[in-house]
Write a protein that binds this ligand. Structure first.
Ligand SMILES: [Cu+2]
Length: 332
């Protein structure tokens, strides 16, 4: 009899916590449990309804832009800087073509002329007894001051160009995170909520079929708005790469563990090609860059087609909003 009593008591003891917990659980969940059937019944209907319009409303991406021959790409036999489509690019080309080249040409011709004059005028036959002049204060002042003035004339616009190139992006800039991989590029629009997508080189036959330059054409282009500041944040995932697009006057290293940043504004719609410009491994020459610059409305359409929100600061706000949430359990 004692054994039966003990077994019964043990059974009660064993079941007690389960019963208590289940009562507690029932008490706590009473309302949700009651509401649950209605919700669960409604849920599939809602899900179906939500899925159907989403499929219908899915925005189609704008048609792939055709590149213009000679624009945003190198041409055979070309020796000049590519035509520029950004304010800093035009400023840089002005410095190169209208300031540096004339100064270099004048100095080279002047030195060449001086040498020819000396070779003729002071040759042994014409000048058998050479002058022993060692110093001439006036000439020494001139050949010190004139080069200083020339260097200052070059320094003023070139330093202002450097400052312009690295000016921080304004608040309304579109942010793109660019990551260099061996051997392709990853693009992400954190504010628009577009997760990283990968951009790979197109095979030659596909590039030809598209009417695009071989070794520069890619499958997924980086689509950007025209006339709006764009903040490019660049990093590398494995080794150092370099994100370079000559016609947009852009080159910035993609260094693992570091975020390099530069702002850019593209002035005209078009396809602008570039390449990785840092020796990064065996397929370094096969990780091209293609930027498709579109008018704002078309860019917004593209963002929607990727499931993003063109106006959204989603990424930044979501991160800030989500930040206090993990802090809540710490208070308990
Ligand atoms: Cu690379």
């Amino acid at each position: 009899m004692n054994i039966v009593k003990s077994l019964f008591a043990a059974g009660l003891l064993a079941l007690a916590p389960t019963v208590a917990v289940s009562h507690q659980a029932l008490a706590q969940d009473a309302a949700p449990v009651a509401a649950a059937p209605a919700e669960s019944a409604a849920a599939p209907a809602e899900a179906t309804n939500a899925a159907a319009p989403a499929a219908e409303e899915k925005v189609a991406a704008p048609e792939r832009m055709k590149p213009t021959l000679g624009i945003g790409m190198p041409m055979p036999g070309e020796y000049k800087i590519q035509e520029q489509f950004s304010p800093t690019g035009r400023q840089a080309v002005w410095i190169h073509n209208d300031l540096l080249l004339p100064i270099i040409t004048v100095i080279s011709l002047f030195v060449l002329g001086l040498m020819l004059y000396i070779m003729v005028r002071f040759r042994r036959a014409a000048n058998p007894v050479p002058s022993k002049t060692a110093h001439n204060t006036l000439i020494e002042i001139i050949w010190t001051v004139v080069p200083v003035l020339i260097l200052v004339a070059i320094a003023v616009p070139s330093i202002s160009l450097i400052a312009e190139q690295y000016k921080p992006a304004p608040k309304d800039a579109v942010t793109v995170k660019i990551t260099g991989y061996q051997w392709y590029w990853g693009y992400e629009f954190p504010d628009q909520g577009i997760p990283e997508f990968v951009s790979n080189i197109l095979p030659p036959e596909k590039a030809l079929e598209n009417g695009e330059p071989n070794l520069l054409a890619v499958d997924n282009r980086l689509v950007l708005p025209v006339g709006r500041p764009i903040k490019l944040i660049i990093t590398g995932a494995d080794v150092i790469h370099s994100f370079a697009v000559p016609s947009l006057w852009f080159k910035l290293d993609a260094v693992p563990g570091r975020l390099n940043e530069r702002a850019i504004t593209i002035e005209k719609p078009g396809v602008y090609y570039g390449q990785c410009s840092e020796l990064c491994g065996i397929k370094h020459g096969f990780m091209p860059i293609a930027i498709e610059a579109r008018p704002e409305a078309e860019w917004e359409q593209w963002v929607r087609s990727q499931g993003g929100d063109p106006k959204g600061k989603g990424g930044a706000e979501a991160t800030t909003a989500a930040a206090p949430a993990p802090a809540a359990p710490a208070k308990i």
